[in-house]
Design a protein around this ligand. Sequence first.
Ligand code: Q46
Ligand code: ZN
Length: 307
Amino acid sequence: MRCKTCPGKAVIETRRHNAAFCKDCYIVHVERQVVRTIDGDTMLTPDDRVLVAVSGGKDSLTLWEVLRRLGYRTTGFHIVLGIGHYSPEARRTVEAYASTHGLPLIVTDVKEDYDFSIPELAEYTRRVPCSACGLSKRYLMNRTAREAGFTVLATGHNLDDGAATLLGNLLHWQTEQLGRMAPALEATHPKLVKTVKPLIRLTERETLAYAMLRGIDYHDDECPNAVGATSLFYKDILNQLELASPGAKQSFYFGFLKKARPAFSAAHSESLELRECEVCGQVTTTETCAFCRMMDLARRTAAARNP
Ligand code: Q46
Ligand code: ZN
């Protein structure tokens, strides 16, 4: 099979674009998709100070690689979760990438800085690990970005992530979350930072191919808590749909953004009253934010168990 844009031999086929590319043209194709996403949603400007959330996996390192190559002012942000063998290896991968390219990196260790690893938080608060982890990550990403003076927080979510989250939110009619689903979310409070998802037009398979063809040394172990996660089940269903109907994920996700999201977002725009957490000062809709409530419960449970 020939490359769509040059006489070279194709190494990857993208059925939803009805195209195949050689290595060099594929790399150009992916980077153009990211530029199109950034420009289309005015995600970033050259003046922005961008904090890039990097787990060490293929998506986050692809994001950092593309933003770095496009000349944006980026700093990596890695959270050490304290999950078995997975976390030290993830940290090593991110630190190696930053040092190879001479990029600044901020590392926060939840156990060192907040006394509990993610597995401990899950145990002491009786949450599933991904719930404690997701809440901690969202909190730390916004807080770090704002306190360190970044103007934008960029995450490596791809189209598969976006479509799976959308499916989950629709199945449970999470109308507030549906209203907030967007690849670029402006800050709606002085203590919130704008968030962007520049890889949202690329599928998981496409970012994987890019990371491999660019020779990025990413961390390819799955977090042990991902096994059996509902999001993986949703991704599986969406992959089956995509197989039967190429482009299904794209039309599902982007169709929602265009045709339905505005209705959900309008319905919630007035009802949401933002305030500052009485403990940590971060933005919340309740007196004490969910992160501080989780930490308080963990501390009390730990004290009761180990008097
Ligand atoms: S890292 Fe954290 Fe994921 Fe592991 S505990 Fe769950 S949420 S699966 S992206
Ligand atoms: Zn708080």
